[in-house]
Design a protein around this ligand. Structure first.
Ligand code: SAM
Length: 243
């Protein structure tokens, strides 16, 4: 194990995640696949090894700072792209059952290869639009935790993600600096989708110190029948008051 992996282990321990040598090997194998496949398809703009560990792996693990996420049995990751935040979480918490939804087939193919290479179990890889998948009984109102990083503004994102959360579950939206404007803008959509804003948890990345915010939303009841609307509508015409 090299110095970078040692530091990653220390940073993870700082957020109460103890990683075994085997888990560190998994992160390294995932990193190698990410860089290799990225030469053939657009998966990430971040390829420098230290940056991948910090901005993709560590950043993903911060979801577990929300107490319910640390204890969750099921997690749905919407618009996961190359697997963030769910794959780093799955490596850290092997018993977590995850479902990944992404509308781009080639990203799902990459994730199938990652899951096979690392031998990950209980990972459902779903190619489709969240608006369609969120209507299926197997995924609707089902998950303890729903995550989304870098997918859309909250007012639209709520409609893609909240239908997956079970009543009493959480939707955790991973945001960059100050999301207060987005949160204010999303108030009407929260009301429509049975979400209640709990808090925005502020944190910073350990090396470059840039700010991150975890927007934590509680699901208070089952998703009303009208939602999500047809694929494409939620992001094109977000639920804003008066609209
Ligand atoms: N979450 C990853 C991350 O933080 O690196 C990927 C972010 S990428 C900018 C956004 C992803 O969301 C893309 O992979 C895209 O295909 C997916 N996406 C966008 N709209 C979607 C929808 N309606 N349903 C499912 N996936 C969607």
């Amino acid at each position: 194990m090299d110095e970078l992996q040692q530091r990653f282990r220390t940073f993870a321990a700082g957020i109460r995640i103890d990683l075994s040598d085997r888990q560190l090997e998994h992160y390294e194998a995932y990193y190698r696949m990410l860089v290799e496949w990225n030469e053939k398809m657009n998966l990430t703009g971040i390829t420098e090894r230290e940056a991948v560990y910090e901005k993709h792996f560590y950043d993903s693990l911060t979801v577990s700072l929300v107490p319910e996420a640390e204890k969750a049995a099921t997690l749905a990751d919407i618009g996961s792209g190359a697997g963030f935040p769910s794959i780093p979480l799955k490596i850290a918490f092997p018993s977590l059952r995850i479902a990944i939804v992404d509308s781009l087939a080639k990203r799902i193919r990459f994730l199938e290869a990652v899951v096979a290479e690392l031998g990950l179990e209980d990972v459902a890889l779903i190619h489709g639009r969240a608006e369609d998948v969120g209507r299926l009984p197997a995924h609707r109102d089902r998950y303890d935790i729903v995550t989304a990083r870098a997918v859309a503004r909250l007012a639209g994102l709520n409609e893609l993600c909240l239908p997956f959360a079970k009543p009493g579950g959480l939707f955790i939206a991973m945001k960059g600096s100050d999301p207060s404007e987005e949160i204010a803008e999303s108030k009407y959509s929260l009301g429509q989708l049975k979400g209640r804003f709990r808090e925005a948890k502020r944190l910073s990345l350990p090396i470059e110190q840039s700010e991150r915010q975890l927007v934590v939303i509680e699901k208070t009841a089952a998703t009303p029948k009208a939602y999500p609307r047809k694929a494409g509508i939620p992001l094109k015409t977000p639920l804003l008051s008066g609209s």
